[in-house]
Write a protein that binds this ligand. Structure first.
Ligand code: ADP
Length: 261
């Protein structure tokens, strides 16, 4: 015979189980929905450049091109669209690593000035092509940070590449590094680019989010770079954010934990 106390306990257990089950179903439903979204986005982002490549290749095959300038234009488009696909595949590969257990984090004490010099060297070609002035503002007493340098280099590349993409030729990008009170170091990238509308600011770190698709046409991004940067910074125990004024420029920042020896 079950007494009222036991009955109450059973009822409580049942309620809790029911609640947990409902929560699990909801999560499953959400992850299924976001998986479908992901697949739809990837399909779209692959199909667009592929269709364009296909039509240009067909035009080349059909010999409909009359002059050399048009021919060069077609080949340039094919090259850009191929680059776009390769960029997307690279981003997706990184995302899948971050999402799965494959992500390996190898933190070590590291000085950010070395990493910034290295990153700027990697991007020399794009910086020179866009005639961008780079100013690095870093006081001497910046402590070492505890990071996986390979991963944080990726964050710097994604942020600097965006600053390059969304800035005018000849403008300046400033990279500022400062020590914060709370055992961390802050890196800020300030550009004089087109800026981001206020309504989009809270969404730019979401996967596949792009501000007004039309204004980015030709820039080749799929809206993944900032979400990758956010995942990496957060795995380091840091934070990432942005301030921006449309038409004036943006300032992206992230923090990293200081190395405590
Ligand atoms: P994408 O590959 O499209 O650049 P990101 O995730 O790196 O994707 O950025 C998301 C969106 O945020 C971009 O499409 C762009 O609209 C906006 N954005 C990012 N960085 C900047 C910047 N420095 N200046 C202006 N807009 C930016």
């Amino acid at each position: 015979v079950i007494g009222p106390m036991e009955f109450q306990e059973l009822a409580n257990n049942f309620n809790e189980m029911n609640h947990n089950l409902q929560e699990s179903f909801q999560k499953l439903h959400q992850s299924e929905a976001s998986r479908k979204d992901l697949v739809a986005n990837i399909s779209h982002d692959l199909r667009t450049p592929l269709t364009s490549i296909q039509s240009f290749v067909e035009a080349l095959q059909d010999h409909v091109i009359e002059d050399e300038e048009t021919l060069r234009k077609y080949l340039k488009t094919i090259q850009l669209e191929t680059q776009r696909i390769s960029h997307l595949i690279n981003d997706l590969f990184q995302l899948s690593q971050l999402d799965s257990g494959i992500y390996q984090h190898h933190p070590e004490p590291y000085h950010l000035d070395n990493l910034i010099v290295e990153t700027l060297e990697t991007l020399t070609f794009q910086i020179e092509k866009n005639k961008i002035n780079i100013i690095v503002d870093m006081p001497n007493q910046i402590p070492a940070v505890f990071i996986d340098p390979y991963k944080i280099k990726q964050v710097l590349i994604n942020l600097i590449q965006n600053a390059l993409r969304y800035s005018r030729i000849g403008s300046t990008i400033k990279i500022k590094i400062e020590k914060l009170e709370k055992a961390s170091v802050k890196v800020t990238l300030i550009d004089e680019g087109e800026g981001i509308p206020e309504k989009d600011l809270s969404s730019v770190f979401n996967r596949f989010y792009r501000v007004e698709k039309s204004r980015n046409r030709g820039h080749g991004g799929a809206g993944l770079g900032l979400s990758i940067a956010k995942s990496i910074v957060e795995r380091h125990g840091g934070a990432i954010g942005v301030d921006s004024k449309l038409g004036e420029g943006s300032s992206f920042w992230f923090t990293l934990p200081k190395y405590q020896s």
